[in-house]
Design a binder for this molecule. Structure first.
Ligand code: ASP
Length: 306
C-alpha cells in the first residue's frame, strides 16, 4: 500500500495575497493537501528566496524521517525561486528508495486559476509510482516530470526548463531513464562557502578576490557565452586555483552549455577551472558545495553527476 508524506515549506503554492496585494506564504500543508489521502509535515513557511543550505538539511531530514516512519513516497512543496537548488542538493544527498518529488506553483493558493492543487495531486501520483522508486529526486510541475540537474526557472511556459523525464496526466509516464547522482549524506549547513561571480565585458578580479578573502573555498564563474571570460578574470582564476580554491565555470547564457572551444575558455581550463556543462550557475554552486563537503575533487564528480 502506498503512503505519501507531504512536507510543506512555503512558496507561492502556499501563498495568498495580503491586504497590501503582496503574496506571502500563509497556508500550511494541511490546507494544501485537503482532500488528499496523505500525511503532512510542516517544516517551514518561507518564500523560497529565504531558504538556506541549513533549510536543505531540515527538508532532507524530514524526508528521511518520513521514510523511516513508513512513507513509501515523499512530496516537498516549495517556492519556485530556489526550487532548482533544493532539488539538486537533495538529489545529491538523499539515498532513500522512496521517490522524493518536489513541486510548487506559479499562482497563489487564492488565485481563481490556482495551479497548486493540480501540481500537488500530480506530485503525489509521481511519489506513488513504482517506476519512480530508486531513482532519487524528481520535480513534478504542470504535468511534467523533470530531472533536478539542469533545471532552471524561466519566465515562459511552465516556469521551469530542463530535462523532461515524463508526464503526469491521470497516470504517470516515465519515458526517459534517470541516473541517480547521489554522492553522500552531507550537511549543507557546514559545507564550505561557495560563491557565484558574474563576469561581463571589462570584468575584473575585484569580486572574486573579495569573496576568496571572505572565505570562499569554491567559486562558480558565471562566464560569457560558451565559457569565456576577460583576461583579468582568467588571471584571478589562475591565482586562486593555485591556492587550492575550486573554480567551476557556468555561463550567463540561459540554458547554454560550456566547453573550452575558444581561447579564453581554454585558458580558464588550463588555469585549473572545471567546466560544468548543463548546470546553471545556481546549480553549479550546489554541486561544488556538495563535492567540497564530500571531500571529493569536483573534477571527479562531474561525469558521475552530469
Ligand atoms: N517567491 C516565490 C517563492 O519562491 C515564488 C514561487 O514560489 O513561485 O517562494
Amino acid at each position: 500500500m502506498s503512503r505519501v508524506t507531504v512536507i510543506a515549506t512555503g512558496g507561492t503554492i502556499a501563498s495568498s495575497a495580503a491586504a497590501d496585494g503582496v503574496q506571502r506564504p500563509t497556508h500550511g500543508g494541511a490546507d494544501l493537501a485537503a482532500g488528499l489521502d496523505v500525511d503532512v509535515v510542516d517544516v517551514m513557511s518561507k518564500d523560497s528566496s529565504q531558504v538556506s543550505p541549513a533549510d536543505w538539511d531540515v527538508i532532507g531530514a524530514a524526508a528521511r524521517s518520513a521514510v523511516d516512519g513508513g512513507a513509501t513516497g515523499v512530496v516537498v512543496t516549495h517556492g519556485t525561486d530556489t526550487l532548482e537548488e533544493t532539488a539538486l542538493w537533495l538529489d545529491l544527498t538523499y539515498a532513500g528508495a522512496a521517490p522524493l518529488v518536489i513541486t510548487g506553483a506559479m499562482r497563489g493558493a487564492d488565485a481563481p486559476d490556482a495551479d497548486g492543487p493540480a501540481n500537488l495531486r500530480d506530485a503525489v501520483a509521481v511519489a506513488s509510482e513504482p517506476a519512480a522508486r530508486d531513482i532519487g529526486v524528481l520535480v513534478s510541475f504542470a504535468g511534467q516530470v523533470l530531472r533536478p540537474a539542469g533545471l532552471h526557472k524561466v519566465a515562459a511556459g511552465i516556469c521551469f526548463a530542463g530535462t523532461v523525464l515524463g508526464s503526469v496526466a491521470g497516470s504517470v509516464t516515465l519515458a526517459q531513464a534517470k541516473t541517480r547522482p547521489f554522492l553522500a549524506e552531507l550537511r549543507a549547513a557546514s559545507a564550505p562557502r561557495v560563491d557565484i561571480v558574474a563576469t561581463y565585458a571589462g570584468g575584473d578580479a575585484v569580486a572574486m578576490d573579495a569573496l576568496v578573502a571572505a572565505g570562499a573555498r569554491g567559486i562558480v564563474l558565471q562566464a560569457l557565452g560558451s565559457g569565456n571570460a576577460p583576461e583579468a578574470v582568467i588571471d584571478a582564476v589562475r591565482r586562486h586555483c593555485r591556492d587550492g580554491v575550486t573554480v567551476a565555470v557556468s555561463t550567463r547564457v540561459v540554458g547554454g552549455g560550456v566547453s573550452p572551444g575558444y581561447g579564453p575558455g581554454r585558458e580558464l581550463v588550463d588555469a585549473g577551472a572545471i567546466m560544468l556543462p548543463g548546470l546553471p550557475p545556481s546549480q553549479a554552486r550546489v554541486l561544488t558545495m556538495a563535492a567540497l563537503a564530500a571531500g571529493l575533487p569536483l573534477r571527479d564528480v562531474v561525469d558521475w553527476v552530469l
